[in-house]
Design a binder for this molecule. Structure first.
Ligand code: PLP
Length: 395
């Protein structure tokens, strides 16, 4: 049996249109992309494959930003052949590549945020140019007769502090001013991703966006005619998916230190429940849907399981959930309270739409998860009003 992802389509059409470019890398599920496309979203693609996937849905290339600052030449040639013209970059070598392969591209200069704020995942200088490099990069683009049309940045995924966007928006303003003085027609500001997306984070999202809107009004007022776009990934996908996994085996240990099975002496499958930690092995893995918390930043995600339907009693017991591979580090949830479950029972994890399916591997023969899709009727008809008319006329 394979783990299941469930996608309820809960997003509000207008909000999506406003937010603009969905970051495909966080979840490439075709149905999700199709619904987003039908709702009028645009897309941030990081590779040739992602561009292909989005174009395949019938999305116009004008609704795609190729948002990887360092691209293979072959991918740039591909972007050109498909008229995906909005492309990010952050260094002069990339400019030389663009000059040779796609000189008519509309370029967004990625900036490195000079101040770091608390985020679930920091990008820590991996991409983006610093303020000291800006003039040299702009001058190189001028000399090469390339077309820089704006700037972009990413403040870090799942940003915790509402003010995180303020300093980088100030940096962006000053780059706009320098570039305009040099003769570039700057008209796009791409504020990237970073927004929270789990179910209980709407207040934080609101605070963040209020600060962004105030700052934008001050630094990029409407009369400046700058198009503002964003690349939310987690915000759109996280709460849309639930991972459901079944228990494939169960063991009891005297302490949670033994989840790797190292201290066999203390293992007592028949010891009293209150003195033991129960370890459940499920048909998913940190090499499957639970990769994010492990690969990106160990400890950055605490996965809390819920029970679909317990066949045993309902008393909470200290439990550990481990993945089904043989890797010692394949531990999904430690010290969580679960009732007495049996092999074959199901547990589920909510808010599993961002960086789960898209980072899952096939290590140890892991299955590609089966996905079932659910949607409230009234939401479905909001997105697809014509399907109601068609159904009515059949009935
Ligand atoms: C360039 C870019 N844009 C957008 C995103 C989406 O970020 P988030 O999921 O934090 O919204 C990412 C994530 O890595 C990214 O690298």
């Amino acid at each position: 049996m394979t783990p299941i992802h469930i996608l309820p389509v809960q997003m509000q059409k207008d909000l999506l249109k406003e937010l603009s470019d969905k970051a495909v890398k966080c979840n490439r599920d075709e149905v999700l992309l199709q619904v987003l496309s039908d709702m009028g979203a645009s897309f941030d693609c990081a590779s040739k494959k992602e561009i292909e996937a989005v174009l395949h849905l019938g999305v116009s290339p004008t609704r795609i930003v190729y948002a990887h600052p360092c691209k293979p030449v072959s991918s740039l040639i591909f972007a050109k052949s498909r008229d995906v013209s909005l492309v990010t970059f952050d260094n002069v070598n990339e400019l030389k590549k663009v000059k040779e392969t796609y000189p008519s591209a509309r370029l967004l200069l990625r900036l490195l945020p000079e101040k770091e704020f608390n985020a679930r995942l920091q990008f820590s200088g991996r991409y983006g140019c610093s303020s000291t490099e800006v003039r040299h990069i702009l001058q190189t683009a001028k000399d090469l007769d390339l077309n820089i049309v704006g700037v972009c940045f990413h403040v870090g995924s799942d940003i915790q502090e509402p003010r995180a966007y303020v300093p980088i928006l100030q940096q962006s303003r000053s780059v706009f001013d320098i570039a305009r003085r040099m003769g570039f027609n700057m008209n796009i500001l791409d504020i990237g991703g970073g927004f929270p997306g789990e179910q209980n984070t709407f207040e934080r999202f609101k605070e963040i966006t209020e600060v962004i809107n105030e700052t934008l009004l001050d630094l990029f007022p409407p009369e400046d005619n700058v198009e503002i776009i964003a690349e939310p990934g987690r915000y759109i996908a996280a709460s849309a998916f639930t991972v459901v996994a079944s228990i494939v085996s169960k063991r009891c240990y005297q302490s949670s230190a033994n989840v790797n099975g190292e201290d066999e002496v203390n293992r007592q499958d028949s010891a009293k429940p209150e003195s033991k930690v129960t370890t459940y092995s499920v048909n998913d893995s940190v090499f499957g849907n639970f990769m994010f918390g492990w690969l990106y930043k160990p400890g950055s995600v605490i996965y809390i399981p819920k029970v679909v339907k317990a066949t045993g009693d309902n008393v909470g017991r200290e439990s550990t959930v481990i993945g089904c591979t043989l890797a010692p580090g394949d531990i999904i949830s430690v010290s969580v309270m679960l009732p007495n479950l049996d092999v074959g029972d199901w547990i589920y994890y909510e808010d599993m739409g961002a960086y789960t399916l898209s980072t899952a591997t096939r290590f140890n023969g892991l299955d590609v998860p089966a996905i079932t899709y659910h949607c409230l009727e009234e939401l479905w008809y909001q997105v697809y009003p014509d399907s109601k008319i068609e159904e009515d006329s059949v009935n």
